[in-house]
Structures are given as structure tokens and as C-alpha cells.
Design a protein around this ligand. Sequence first.
Ligand code: FES
Ligand code: FES
Length: 157
Amino acid sequence: MANIIKLRVNGVAHEINADPQTSLLSVLRDRLDMTGTKYGCGEAQCGACTVLIDGSPRRSCVTAVGTAANRHITTIEGLDHHGRLHPVQKAFLEEDALQCGYCTPGMILSAVAFLKSNPHPTEQEIAQAMEGNICRCGTYPRIVAAIQRAARKRAEL
Ligand code: FES
Ligand code: FES
């Protein structure tokens, strides 16, 4: 049954008429036209659909939109600051840490949350933290290098 659901996405308030059980991913992509968040597996296994809810990474493919009401949702479209890329976005570009780019929004949002909780990670900690995000192009070494680069510039985070 459809309800009016209040969402706050990247600081902007939206009211959506939707079944609260609809996935947050489909609302972002199909109703709000925010296609940066990707559909991969649909089963919480690949991380392509990762967004931040109140700063924590969540798989939006298995998050019912009703549970995200009135919380702060951040997608890749909202990570820059007045047109300036977030330091993690910059580091991914500087390390060329993407090939097709399909996994990249989810990778970046997972990395942003991880670096907030662990600003001085070891390489192994980065690999562990990111293991739920799958990159079919196999750019893992460059992704780890990008996160290390962003960590070095943590003062900007
Ligand atoms: S699409 Fe959500 S985890 Fe794969
Ligand atoms: S860059 Fe292609 S899936 Fe990661």
C-alpha cells in the first residue's frame, strides 16, 4: 500500500508516494532520477548500490524505503562540496582506480564511511573493509592505493 514517505537525500527534502517496502535503490533511480547508485546483484552481495544513511554504508537494494524516512541519505551525487570533489573521489581519479566505473560509486561511499571510522588504516584493514564491494574489472590494487592516498590527506576529510 502506498504512503507518503519523506526522504532527505543529499540535504534535499523529497516526498514520495510509494509502498514503504519498495527498495530505496529503485526510489533513488526510478523516482528521483539519481542513477549514480547502481544495481548489481540485488541481494546485498556486491556493494554497487551502497549509499550512506546517517553516515553508515547501507545496501540500498535491500533497504526498504520506509526505513530510510526522515534520515540523512547520501548518494554519490551529493558527495562533492559546492562542485569540489570529495577527497576520496579525487584520490580515485588520481590513482585511476576504476575501469568501467560500475562499482565506483559504491566503493567510494564505502571508503568514505570506512575512513571516518578508521582514519589511519593499514593496507590489510582497507582490504578487509572493502571486501563486500565487488569490482568485476579487478581494479582492487588501485582502489586500495586510492584509499591510502585519501587517508594521507585525511585532514581534508
Ligand atoms: S545491488 Fe545491492 S549489494 Fe549488489
Ligand atoms: S571498475 Fe568495473 S566493476 Fe569496478
